[in-house]
Design a protein around this ligand. Sequence first.
Ligand code: CO8
Ligand code: FAD
Length: 647
Amino acid sequence: MPANTMNEDLKRERQRCSFDPKELTYLLDGGEEKTEERRQREKFFLDDPELSETAPSDYLSHKEKYEHAVKKACIVFKKVQQLQAQGKAGMQNFREVLGGQLGSAILRDGNPLGLHYVMFIPTIMGQGTIEQQAEWISKAWNLEIIGTYAQTELGHGTFIRGLETTATYDPATEEFVLNSPTLTSYKWWPGGLGHTANYAVVVAQLYSQGICHGIHPFIVQLRDEETHLPMPGFENVRIPWNYMLMKNGKVLKDGSYVKSPSSKLTYGTMIFVRVVIVQDAANYLRKAVTIATRYSAVRHQSHIKESAPEPQILDFVTQQHKLFPQLATYFALHYSGAWLWDMYNNVTSELESGELDRLPELHALACCLKAVSAADAAQGIETCRLACGGHGYMSCSSLPITYGLVTAMVTYEGENTVLLLQTARYLMKAWQNCLDGQPLTPSVQYLNSVRRSFGGVYHKSVPWIIASMQRIAAGKIETAHRHMNDKIKRGVNSEDAWNETSIELVAASEAHCKAFIVETYYNSVQQIVPSVSQQLGKALTELCELYAVNTLLKNIGDLLRYSNVTTGDLENLQRWLEELLAAIRPNAVGIVDGFDINDAIIASPLGAYDGNVYERLFAEVSKSPLNAKPVNESFHKYLKPLLKSKM
Ligand SMILES: CCCCCCCC(=O)SCCNC(=O)CCNC(=O)[C@H](O)C(C)(C)COP(=O)(O)OP(=O)(O)OC[C@H]1O[C@@H](n2cnc3c(N)ncnc32)[C@H](O)[C@@H]1OP(=O)(O)O
Ligand SMILES: Cc1cc2nc3c(=O)[nH]c(=O)nc-3n(C[C@H](O)[C@H](O)[C@H](O)COP(=O)(O)OP(=O)(O)OC[C@H]3O[C@@H](n4cnc5c(N)ncnc54)[C@H](O)[C@@H]3O)c2cc1C
């Protein structure tokens, strides 16, 4: 592969982009200075020879992969400490390096310290008293201890009130006795629990004075800090009184229990991680669509016109319809994630002053946004893989592993269905308040306006689409509410009525979330457009319109059921979709270049900036040990004797 050559197709694509991709990079980073800082930070890690991939870890054993990951995680940690010493590593940078895309590029086989930073430390910050934070946080930040978050058990992940591990207070010794009494109570799944962590936040049922007070968080030492040997016994383990994180619920030394201002505060860490997942899902989708878009600009296949040469597959409208909505979905989730992060920070500071009012709305939004962003990003990444044909299926394309990382998000931190039902719980109350003329919180205000009018006539604008999406959501919420109450009126008890209506409840949550995302995306773009060049503004507007139109067209059934849209309007929407795909086509490569994802993070021969796909693919497969020799020994050992025996 000639050094520094640029694929001719990509060269042409970059000449035809209507705006300067750097402007989009600066916008997404929050300014040119931030871009420079990010690039420097990435260079600081990616150029470190100790961190660069010598051979693909695909060829290592499970044990070697773990050891390799621990070695690199320690190098990363030391480098983060160097950044810290220079005052360049705040929590967000930590997350980016230890959890986000940069982290997953450096630590392709997972980060044994991930849970330490993403859950152990935030839980102590969120659930520990000031004294407990003072005792544990600096030790954890300086990696004097390594923690994990042990909530899920072999028998329970979702239903945390059903967790079986117990923590029984012994006033005689002022200790808690922790016990996992059954096989199903064994802590299972916590990242790092097996070999890495020497401490854990253990979520257990608190017993004191013979009364069960529900689940609470406890710090438990798992391994000796010097020898790393497991601490003695894993039954009836005793921990000191002040190892129970007591910011919310407390046990006094005599064993009396002081209730938390709200039992929901124990759930706080889970909201934090759900908020983080929205942004992470968006960023993984952005990586996948960058790979698929650049590859689609380089790959030539088949014919559009017999007389013409094989076209770039990016010129097939079906290919555009696979990829461009993923470009738009990235922005939709990015802006929704930014909005949710702001709300999380505001509500968390209100909680500090005992103000709990907005916690239910935050919980409802965090649940449905985590569920929809994880599911849509996973589906979008799989669509990008499929759009790359056979080469997309190769593990070196990075698409299968990216899909694996994101589809796990659908399960962890609250399984999607369960979280959508949590949001539905909130929506049913909101609809009842709407019927009773009670005040509504901001994210469900639209229920009032939708009830008063049956929708305006079609017009080619995102506000019309937002109103239609809100009408669909309100219609589904009303239907589920009515069906559930009809069942109750017929004598079905409320729990069974809830379960029997749960399909419609989940669908109502999804519709509510999609309407929220479209509106938040639109409002964000409206704010941004006046501050960027006319060309970039136009491109961002086209992407937002594409997200809105494509999302609505995927809901034609509900649109017909809950609005007065006509088939003529649907024809107009289809035409609008095709116009937008054509408008975005010349800018597609420019948009992904604007994401400015370092080739080492892309980590895919299909998506490198220079577009030399075939040379890079060939170089990649040559790394396989299986290709080191022309004849593999299995021929002489197994095949040849078999062949001989046939003769
Ligand atoms: C990069 C990231 C790496 C991360 C790796 C993955 C880490 C993990 O997976 S850690 C383990 C995560 N596990 C989970 O998330 C468990 C999911 N399950 C749950 O959250 C709960 O069991 C849940 C919500 C399903 C139901 O809990 P349950 O106690 O039955 O509550 P429920 O009876 O439904 O509701 C009780 C009240 O609490 C509220 N509530 C429930 N959860 C929360 C919360 N997190 N925040 C605020 N309020 C909440 C409900 O809204 C309800 O309020 P109301 O009565 O006013 O309507
Ligand atoms: C990669 C990964 C990392 C993880 N890391 C951690 C960690 O570090 N710490 C930790 O504590 N846990 C961790 N987990 C565990 C994770 O939090 C749980 O797997 C998750 O909460 C789902 O619970 P579960 O596995 O018990 O599934 P279940 O709840 O058993 O789900 C199985 C099915 O039952 C359905 N279901 C369950 N309850 C309901 C309901 N009320 N209504 C309708 N349907 C229902 C679900 O929708 C799903 O279809 C991790 C999991 C994964 C995959």
